[in-house]
Design a protein around this ligand. Sequence first.
Ligand code: ZN
Length: 154
Amino acid sequence: MNDCEICGRPINKVYIVEIEGAQMSVCEACAGGKNAIEIVDLTKPQIRPQRRKPADGKDEDEVVEGYGKKLKEARERMGLPLKVLAERIAEKESTLFRVESEKMLPSDALLRKLERELSVKLTEKGAGSPEKHVPGKSQPITFGDAMVTKKSKK
Ligand SMILES: [Zn+2]
């Protein structure tokens, strides 16, 4: 954000004018009628060549934890040898092997193919899993509740 060099107000549209031989960036009001050498509209989005990072987006799908194991299980459930699966989805056997042993993170395209071919879910929304299974922490009913239930059953 630029400030007007005359009145000091922040300006969205910078008028570059020549005042007493000096170039100044001022607001529209201060430019008032003077011949602007250049008008720079700062509200217009600048063109950024930089693309957003693929792995950092909040809306991106993320590979689930233990994807290699899941993948292997799904494949074995279907009785598919690695080689056959690789041929089916036109990938290298070695690539799939590296993915299964979690030595390599599969690309998005590969993930989609694997998910489709094995009908297994290997991704989750980047926002984090809302339901995490907590083993050994299931208390179905408290004593108080049990008593109330008994009483009301009468
Ligand atoms: Zn001004």
